[in-house]
Design a protein around this ligand. Structure first.
Ligand SMILES: NC(=O)c1ccc[n+]([C@@H]2O[C@H](COP(=O)([O-])OP(=O)(O)OC[C@H]3O[C@@H](n4cnc5c(N)ncnc54)[C@H](O)[C@@H]3O)[C@@H](O)[C@H]2O)c1
Ligand SMILES: [Zn+2]
Length: 459
């Protein structure tokens, strides 16, 4: 009571594109709650509440459900929540809650002593029902997506990997050398074998995947931990999706690209000679554990790759993310990507906005024979997307300092045309009506696209 569930529920429903079902509000539609308490008693109110909650939980499409403070006292509701919902406890100090609702028309907020006693009585039920805790919409989104951001999280990995079964860890040699031992210690008696991947994109091959499949010893109760950059989480996530027809995994991204992008949203993949990321699966990790502290050892070049995705995210969100302290940038960007992916988990619509600037970036990477750092290509791609959107390019120029590239123009154009043919017909791009207002599938005249691409190329 008085924790702000309705306000937070509205904001969360909006962020996730789901309807809000406010149980108390629905009951009020039939009859004022104070009147139900006065004439038929609390038991009748609980009966109506239970019916509403079970109805909402049985619905086939997902919603955000705001529960009254006493709902968890009903067994059937607790069981329903456990089976059908992810439950977030909105924390509030009892004194603060009383300040907000004490003496209001709420039947159970009439007497301060009773209010506090009720709170103490319910507290263990709240603790038991809660899958996570939140105090604002950002933390609620993170809980909903299983994204955990905390400096020092690596040391608590034993608690943060859900369940109590055995854990095998996958990483590349460099990351294993820096963090492998800490992770083994943190996992304690749950730790089993460690597996090592070849460096970089070479991890994402059929051969290295086969080595994982054959090396894993987990049963269905075990979990995989993917510790490293996007290459590690992509292939380890795919191994988890396919081994024994799918086991749980936890992504522990240690690059900025991984923390704000690759390790969030459940896309896993490997490459084949015909193209990057062509083979994969949607397999959402049980949790993504982000420890921004691990960025301290990341080389500048790798940070720059992540910064380009951060600026992309800031443009999509309409926030100057890049002006925040790094840890806050990571948290905001991770929450943004989590929300987009929860709205569109299988990439059938709005998730395409995350490709802002990437049509151009991929064309430049192809023209450079994939010798170009992704962040440099994305910085240029963002520049082109902003120009075609008719928007100011200053933010990208000042934060990413993109330099025109020396590549073959015809080769870049051919790659871009091939890319867009793959989706059929005219060039369709992600553009911005304004920062924070992305528009997907915008048709742009080929000559304008070509001109924008040419502007990114030197000489
Ligand atoms: N699944 C998705 O949604 C998604 C999204 C974006 C990108 N990706 C994929 O991610 C991959 C790129 O990921 P990346 O940029 O993280 O590259 P990466 O995984 O190759 O890591 C980059 C380098 O940094 C090193 N490293 C990692 N963490 C470190 C640390 N804390 N300290 C020191 N060194 C560290 C690694 O050993 C590696 O050499 C691409 O294959 C791309 O396709 C996937
Ligand atoms: Zn990218």
């Amino acid at each position: 009571m008085g924790a702000g569930k309705t306000t937070l529920g509205e904001a969360l429903a909006d962020a996730l594109g789901r309807p809000l079902v406010d149980v108390d509000h629905q009951i009020e539609q039939e009859e004022p709650i104070s009147q139900i308490f006065a004439t038929a008693g609390e038991a009748e109110f609980r009966r109506r509440e239970t019916a509403q909650v079970l109805d909402a939980l049985a619905a086939s499409s997902p919603s955000v459900l705001a529960l009254g403070g006493g709902a968890v006292e009903t067994d059937a509701i607790r069981t329903g929540l456990r089976d059908r919902a992810l439950t977030i406890l909105v924390e509030v100090e009892p004194a603060e809650a009383w300040r907000r609702v004490g003496g209001s028309e709420r039947p159970l907020a009439q007497d301060e002593d009773l209010f506090h006693r009720l709170f103490e009585q319910r507290r263990p039920l709240y603790d038991h029902a809660a899958d996570g805790r939140a105090h604002d919409v950002e933390s609620a989104i993170l809980v909903a997506g299983g994204t955990h951001v905390e400096t020092g999280a690596l040391e608590r990995l034993g608690e943060l990997v859900p369940g109590s079964g055995p854990v095998e860890v996958i990483s590349d040699a460099r990351v294993a050398g820096i963090y492998g031992m800490d992770v083994q210690l943190a996992l304690g008696s749950r730790a089993r074998a460690q597996h090592e991947l070849p460096p970089g994109e070479r991890a994402k091959t059929v051969e290295s995947l086969e080595a994982l499949w054959r090396g894993l010893r987990l049963d269905r109760l075990g979990s995989l931990v993917a510790l490293g950059g996007g290459c590690t989480t992509d292939v380890a996530g795919f191994a988890a999706a396919t081994y024994l027809r799918g086991i749980d995994w936890v992504a522990v991204p240690t690059t900025l690209v991984g923390q704000v992008d690759a390790a969030i949203g459940g896309k896993t993949a490997i490459d084949i000679p015909e193209g990057k990321n062509l083979i994969g699966a949607f397999h959402w990790p049980e949790r993504t554990v982000i420890d921004p502290g691990t960025l301290a050892t990341l080389p500048e070049q790798e940070l720059a790759n992540g910064r380009a995705e951060l600026v992309k995210t800031g443009l999509l969100a309409g926030e100057k993310l890049w002006e925040l302290p790094l840890e806050h940038q990571v948290r905001r960007a991770a929450a943004f990507k989590t929300a987009v992916c929860l709205r569109d988990p299988h990439d059938r619509g709005q998730r395409a906005q995350l490709n802002l600037g990437h049509t151009f970036a991929h064309a430049l990477e192809a023209a450079a024979g994939y010798e170009l750092p992704h962040g440099r290509a994305v910085a240029l791609g963002l520049l082109a997307a902003l120009r075609l959107s008719g928007l100011d390019t200053k933010a990208v120029e000042e934060t990413l300092r993109p330099e025109p590239l020396r590549v073959d123009r015809e080769r870049a154009w051919a790659a871009l045309e091939r890319d867009k043919k793959a989706v059929g017909g005219a060039p369709r791009l992600v553009l911005l009506d304004a920062p924070g207002k992305p528009r997907i599938g915008v048709e742009v005249p080929p000559a304008d696209v070509r001109a924008a691409l040419d502007e990114l190329i030197a000489g």
